[in-house]
Design a protein around this ligand. Sequence first.
Ligand code: SF4
Ligand code: SF4
Length: 302
Amino acid sequence: MRKIAFGYSTRCNIRCAHCVAADEKSENQKMDLSRAEELIVGLGQANVRGISFTAGEPLLYLDDLCKLLTVCRKHGMYTRVVSNGFWAKTSGSADKYVVQLKESGLSQLRLSYSRWHQEHVAQENILHAAQSCKNNDLEYFVSFVTDFSKEDDFLEDYLRKHTLMFFPEPMILSGRAGAFERFPIRTDYQENCCPMNPYLAPNCDMFACCDAGSHFTNTNFFYLGNCEQDSINHLFEKSENNSLYNHIRRMGISTIASFAGFRAREIVRYRKCELCEKLFNSPDMLDRLRREADSGLASWSR
Ligand code: SF4
Ligand code: SF4
């Protein structure tokens, strides 16, 4: 099923130290509303069935967003909005937003939550927003972004105490978090496969990875093209037919790193996106992997 992360605007009302959507050089961008509506119609015609409104803070543009959700509903798309919950200071203000989103056809609200977000937004906001979703029968979950340190225990305890639906999301060391100090982790030898949903930026650039992918600027490995010059269907096909992307989806980053010569003990010390960056944001390494994508690499599996 085709899905996409839709960046209507990169503007945000807070400034999280770990934000992957922004770095020190980023400037705010926003799509024109009528262009965004046309693009969503185009996405529907290209058989895209899931759309996630992300990038900056989508609910800074509540009325625009509701118009876009209505277009998505007409095309039978599953819709998700990712928000920091700034608007849910009270149960009443939470209800106002949640009811409007639900009436416009939103399928799921995802609430971002972390020790960086919560420097700017009170924990209670997340609780009000989640409870309003429960009361109004709107699916939600809390995306608990963590670096797995003990410092985050109180955040997790809060979610458990209030029986909120949440999932941990590993913090990605990209964007502003790219400047964070690295400390070694040791994981199991996991595959590190990635579904790789594309990301459409406000300037209509499309990337094959919706998380850290737009930051691989040495190689632009994930850049697919621009929707003003190419059809959406063509850009999706580029993503779906690229051998290396398909290896990331099916074989996983760890196997690719092993093929590239990384020792097993090194592989278990990297976070997934960091390992991905080592492989695909280095022009020499990328050149080698491209040459071997359909030969040596394709047969490097158990
Ligand atoms: S992480 Fe989300 S809420 Fe925080 S600054 Fe970035 S876009 Fe805004
Ligand atoms: S591992 Fe690579 S493809 Fe997957 S989210 Fe990270 S940067 Fe994107």
